[in-house]
Design a protein. Structure first.
Length: 401
């Protein structure tokens, strides 16, 4: 009961601060919130159980490695923002750079389709997790129904009517994460005081451990959204806010994984997509309900954002030969097919591969621009290395079994 009260106070306090006019209208904070909310969205729901079951007491090191890789790809995106999106598109940096940018945009459009499927499968699983209909079949039916709703709304009214939901869900998600961390700090302290901390054994080693980490790239993805906020913020604001969002998300993820890695025994963890709910029920009874609320709000708003982004990209890249309505319909059909053909962890892997291709192409673009500008072999080599890593992730990334 005491933990529930502490968690509720922390959550309400953070929600109140985020709703204050001075905060909500701050240009810098609003520029930070979009990539921050994307980075620590769905990954937060999956990573705790997955990393602990796979890597045991070394889970925080794997989390650090994932965040480091994400930060390096963030450096790629920031370099391309600094180079100027318009300059890239109009050929200032050469025809090859322009063609690679176009190819990477196509890759991102398809990555959005898989990411929407990932978000909505999590929504389906979490929305039913505390009900009598908590089965894989029911979750797929729920996911398919939400896909149909999203396609219908996008086809008939567009997504402008749902834009305000994104701002509300972001604040809700961040507030609940703050409450969750406070609860975990209290639980960790209690276990430490009783000398009951646990160092679990690592179950995955060698090449399998590396390829599984490759398959989890999607869980720290989202920072690239800063690049596509050019209509709202200038280049320097987007670069600065993306860097800050990645610092904050890294801090949040590392604290979260550190707190969760040494207080749960293997038989207290589950490898299901909703395994975090069972773990958090041990910490405080209020947490499962809060996590379900956060999952439903954040996954729906993230799916709306990526659906809208995908539709816009397909229309732009096809030079209006594919309308946004047609893109939404295609997304819905592919997403529902993926939902019934694969489990959530396979979809996570597909999404990671798709974004690895996008990041790899962006690294190729950054290397071309750096070479053209004569920025030095070390910078060109850094970008080329990340392009190679993106290809390796796309080829070798494995789904969690």
């Amino acid at each position: 009961m005491l933990f529930d009260l502490i968690i509720a106070i922390a959550t309400i306090g953070v929600a109140f601060v985020l709703s204050m006019r001075r905060v909500s209208r701050s240009t810098t904070w609003r520029a930070v919130v979009t990539p921050l909310a994307s980075i620590i969205g769905s990954g937060f729901l999956l990573l705790g159980p997955l990393l602990n079951l796979g890597y045991g007491g070394y889970a925080p090191l794997v989390m650090l490695a994932l965040c480091l890789v994400a930060y390096m790809y963030g450096a790629v995106i920031r370099a391309n923002i600094a180079a100027g999106e318009d300059a890239i598109i109009n050929g200032t940096h050469g025809k090859l750079a322009r063609n690679v940018e176009t190819l990477s945009s196509w890759a991102l459009a398809f990555a959005y389709i898989v990411s929407v499927t990932y978000y909505l499968n999590l929504l389906g699983a979490f929305s039913l997790s505390l009900t009598p209909f908590n089965s894989a079949l029911d979750a797929k039916l729920m996911t398919s129904a939400v896909f149909i709703i999203i396609v219908f709304v996008g086809w008939s009214r567009g997504f402008r009517s749902l834009e305000r939901l994104e701002y509300v869900s972001v604040g809700l998600k961040l507030a609940i994460i703050a409450g969750l961390l406070v609860g975990l700090i209290a639980h960790f302290g209690e276990q430490a005081a009783k000398d009951q901390l646990i160092f679990n054994a690592q179950n995955i080693t060698g090449w399998s451990a590396i390829t599984m980490a490759f398959g989890l790239l999607i869980t720290v993805q989202g920072f690239e959204t800063s690049r596509y906020l050019g209509s709202s913020y200038d280049a320097q604001t987007r670069i600065r806010s993306m860097r800050l969002a990645q610092w904050l998300s890294t801090l949040i993820y590392l604290v979260y994984i550190l707190l969760i890695s040494y207080v749960f025994a293997p038989d207290q963890m589950s490898s299901s997509e909703t395994g975090i709910i069972d773990m958090m029920e041990i910490v405080a009874p209020i947490l499962p309900f809060m996590l379900v609320a956060a999952a439903m709000a954040s996954q729906f708003s993230a799916a709306i954002a990526d659906t809208s982004g995908s539709g816009g990209l397909f229309t732009e890249l096809s030079r209006n030969r594919i309308s946004e309505h047609q893109a939404y319909l295609a997304l819905g059909i592919i997403g529902i097919a993926l939902t019934w053909a694969a489990d959530i962890f396979a979809i996570v892997n597909y999404a990671s591969r798709c974004f690895a291709i996008y990041y790899g192409l962006q690294a190729v673009l950054a290397a071309i621009i750096a070479r053209r500008r004569g920025e030095g072999w070390y910078r060109v080599g850094f970008f080329a290395l990340l392009a190679t890593l993106g290809a390796a992730i796309a080829i070798f990334g494995q789904a969690v079994e």
